[in-house]
Design a protein around this ligand. Structure first.
Ligand SMILES: [Zn+2]
Length: 214
């Protein structure tokens, strides 16, 4: 079960990824309004076990600490994310959020690590590391449900920018080719901004990769 909350900083999207059987689940990228996201979860009877961050930019992490405090959930991100959540110069929080963000995640993971729901071991996501928009960029993939939460790695019809601290366009495009485009075509891509798409759709039509085809 996936529900989408729209933030207010940069029209960023927060995803509730909830197990229908146990009503336990994960929140991906609580960009803004941590208290409201917690209140929504409470109203719906959801137990948020973990807050998963796709990367450490302010518009994806702004509500994380408040949501953690309100729910008791732990914050998970890639190990390179330490350089962002602790560092306003890299998380761009003053520019994006109007104030400094500094906190610590609870778990810093690596490529290939699985994030498993305590209440249901069949409900899980795998961390896939794709740096280039940031040095800590990851996607969270469900092979069983054919979906992937990608943050700002790739969008419908474009890719994340690579001109911010830690950005690298070669790494980003290679990472998308090697880690995203090799997934089954029907895999639904859920990005941090904009409409959902699929692996097949982006492989065939994303202009960043198809510009020189004709
Ligand atoms: Zn970003």
């Amino acid at each position: 079960m996936i529900e989408i909350a729209r933030g207010m900083l940069c029209e960023e999207l927060t995803y509730f990824y909830i197990d229908e059987i146990t009503k336990h689940g994960f929140v991906i990228d609580p960009g803004a309004r941590g208290e409201q996201l917690a209140a929504y979860a409470k109203e719906k009877g959801y137990v948020i076990e973990k807050i998963l961050l796709t990367h450490g930019h302010g518009d994806h992490i702004y509500g994380a600490d408040a949501l953690r405090k309100a729910t008791g959930a732990s914050i998970v991100m890639h190990k390179e994310g330490k350089n962002y959540v602790n560092n306003p110069d890299w998380n761009l929080s003053v520019m994006l959020c109007g104030e400094k963000i500094e906190f610590e995640a609870d778990e810093y993971l690596e490529h290939g690590d699985e994030i498993v729901l305590n209440a249901n071991a069949d409900f899980k996501l795998r961390m896939i590391y794709v740096p280039g928009h940031t040095t800590d960029g990851v996607a969270y993939y469900s092979e069983e449900e054919h979906l992937i939460f990608v943050g700002d790695i790739i969008f419908a019809g474009s890719v994340g920018r690579s001109d911010l601290p830690g950005g690298n366009s070669v790494k980003l495009l290679n990472g998308i080719r090697e880690e995203i485009f090799t997934l089954p075509g029907e895999t639904v891509i859920l990005a941090g901004h904009g409409p959902q798409t699929t692996v097949e759709q982006e492989k065939n039509t994303n202009p960043v990769f198809n510009l020189f085809d004709e």
